[in-house]
Write a protein that binds this ligand. Sequence first.
Ligand code: DQA
Length: 159
Amino acid sequence: MTTAPNPTPRILVLNGPNLNLLGTREPAVYGATTLADVEALCRDAAQQKGAEAECRQSNHEGQLIDWIHEAGVAHRAGQLAGVVFNAGAYTHTSVALHDAIKGSGVPVIEVHISNVHARESFRHHSWLSPVAAGIVVGFGVDGYVLAIEGLLRKARPAP
Ligand code: DQA
């Protein structure tokens, strides 16, 4: 008996406010890699794992919420494994993003390029962490690759 091949798992990579400035923004903290480089890294990492990554960035909380809602619908339809999300400073302020993740039911891996716990105390609290499926912090832009790998492992655990 032949079995149908699994459809290619899809991942949404979301970046929030100020991450469009990667490459020029505080390079001592965030490195010299641009957002375009990070997005290419994510697409390559997903492809190497037999998946597909779509990347989006917005500086607007409402736009990020709309995308999380959309991701929830796609996840329920079996069309999306989940979301890799660097919410930038909204991590520390946004009850609305917490509610969107919880309400949509989509698995979200929270990513931070820097080790937020080694920085100012206002970065130590995350509204996303309690509703995240996993958290990757402080690995530089490699954190996005680790998050993609982790999300795919959760979506299809090793036999
Ligand atoms: C960040 C950490 C946040 O505290 C900050 O506001 C960012 C980037 C990170 O990737 O390290 O914008 O999420």
